[in-house]
Design a protein around this ligand. Structure first.
Ligand code: FES
Length: 169
């Protein structure tokens, strides 16, 4: 845990999980992207507070960290839902109707790519090949319980999968 935090308190609990990452990488030149990736793995996204915390440890200005985080598409600056719905838009999935699947999911959840439902349950993310093209079209749902992959999707099957998740959430 750092002795003094960017938020002004002596000991900040909010980002304490990040301390081991910062202890390892803060002073290693060229490590900012690694630090941001680890922060995103830990918190699901990179908040301005997290950027301030990283700035405090590395000496890199928050504005510069913000610039890097917004430049790369891999970084999210908004919290994601409990379930991250990753819809494959790779070639095999595209040929097998991934657009139609994406439309069905968007319609059912009432959100578009990169957005999160109001109840904080789902975030949609269109992604490149998920590595199981023989099951195209495919989606992966990430949550605290692990990753689940669903293949041979249809308009109806995606809705059924999502409604089952909703019911047990
Ligand atoms: S293209 Fe979708 S899993 Fe490979």
């Amino acid at each position: 845990m750092r002795e003094k935090c960017c938020c002004g308190t002596e000991k900040c609990e909010e980002f304490k999980e990040l301390d081991s990452v910062l202890d390892k990488y803060a002073k290693v030149p060229g490590s900012l992207i690694t630090i941001l990736q680890k922060a995103q793995d830990l918190y699901g996204y990179i908040s301005i507070d997290a950027m301030n915390y990283i700035s405090d440890a590395t000496g890199i200005k928050t504005a510069k960290i913000y610039g890097v985080a917004t430049f790369y598409a891999q970084f999210r600056l908004q919290p994601i839902g409990k379930y991250l719905v990753m819809l494959c838009q790779g070639t095999a999935c595209h040929v097998n109707g991934s657009e139609m699947i994406a439309e069905s999911v968007s319609e059912y959840l009432g959100i578009g790519d990169g957005e999160t439902t109001e109840d904080g349950l789902f975030t949609i993310n269109n992604v490149a090949c998920l590595g199981c093209c023989s099951l195209a079209p495919v989606m992966m749902i990430k949550s605290a319980n692990g990753d689940e992959t669903y293949g041979n999707l249809t308009k109806d099957s995606v809705r059924k999968i999502l409604s089952e998740i909703k019911e047990r959430a």
